[in-house]
Design a binder for this molecule. Structure first.
Ligand SMILES: C[S@@+](CC[C@H](N)C(=O)[O-])C[C@H]1O[C@@H](n2cnc3c(N)ncnc32)[C@H](O)[C@@H]1O
Length: 252
């Protein structure tokens, strides 16, 4: 069942890849959220071996290269995204793997200084296995930093600016959508509670170092904003975090 969902999501990501060229890429952590220029969650990237989980079009890896990373590695299950990433990273030495993040593809163990994931980890059909793998890729002392939709954000609906709860935050599990980005591309996205992410990290062996529920960037904090009922809007983001960011370390 999980494999079926994985394959369907993979086909759909191949269909929608063009919509995401450079979207949700570092230094951005997510829509209407502070960037790493403001949050400074990555320590020095200079000479670090980095692995991007769900690397998409490769723009975050390009950012890592600009910051002086020693080795660039990326995993994404969409062939189209990997092709785009190869184009984005042309001229750079990058190890790109077309594979699901929940699959063991024999990436080096105890090797990476930084494993990160920008708006991709929540797609995994097996959070436990994915976090166990990520933990195994990291050197002792290395860290995993990821961003994803704030788990409550997906439950917020807005009607003329009045925000209310849609469905139940208590119910975890797959939500199916027939269309993705307006394309005939059915996807299933797991809904998980905030505590599920935190507890899964702890169970994988991580030490949670920092948790951020994002705010809008400083320069947009007090700006007058038009009421908007769009899924992502500055109006909503000024009231509720769009994104959670978690930094977790594999201890020495
Ligand atoms: C919003 S994009 C990420 C953007 C990217 N992090 C960047 O920095 O440009 C989400 C990515 O996750 C990938 N993805 C979704 N589920 C996945 C899975 N189970 N295993 C590997 N990649 C997956 C998609 O193919 C897509 O490229």
């Amino acid at each position: 069942m999980k494999t079926e969902i994985l394959r369907q999501n993979q086909r759909s990501w191949n269909t929608v890849a063009a919509h995401f060229n450079g979207v949700d890429a570092l230094p951005s952590f997510g829509p209407f959220a502070q960037t790493d220029d403001e949050l400074q969650l990555f320590e020095s990237i200079q000479d670090k071996k980095v692995l991007d989980i769900g690397c998409g079009s490769g723009h975050s890896l390009a950012y890592m290269a600009e910051q002086g990373a020693a080795e660039l590695w990326g995993v994404d299950f969409s062939e189209n995204q990997i092709e785009r990433a190869s184009e984005t990273l042309q001229g750079l030495q990058a190890n790109l793997h077309c594979a699901a993040m929940e699959e063991d593809i024999d990436l080096p163990r105890n090797y990476f200084d930084i494993v990160y994931s920008i708006y991709a980890i929540g797609w995994t059909t097996d959070l436990k296995e994915t976090l166990n793998l990520i933990y195994s890729y990291l050197k002792p002392g290395g860290y995993f930093l990821f961003s994803w939709d704030h788990p409550l954000y997906a439950h917020l609906q807005s009607d003329q600016g009045h925000i209310s709860l849609n469905g139940s935050y208590q119910e975890e599990g797959m939500t199916r959508y027939e269309n993705f980005k307006g394309e005939d591309a059915p996807v299933a996205i797991p809904k998980r509670k905030f505590s599920t992410y935190l507890n899964s990290l702890i169970q994988a062996g991580f030490m949670i170092e920092e948790v951020v529920e994002t705010d809008v960037p400083n320069q947009q904090k007090n700006s007058e904003t038009e009421v908007s009922d769009r899924y992502y809007s500055l109006y909503k983001a000024q009231k509720f975090p769009t994104t959670m960011i978690i930094k977790a370390r594999k201890e020495n």
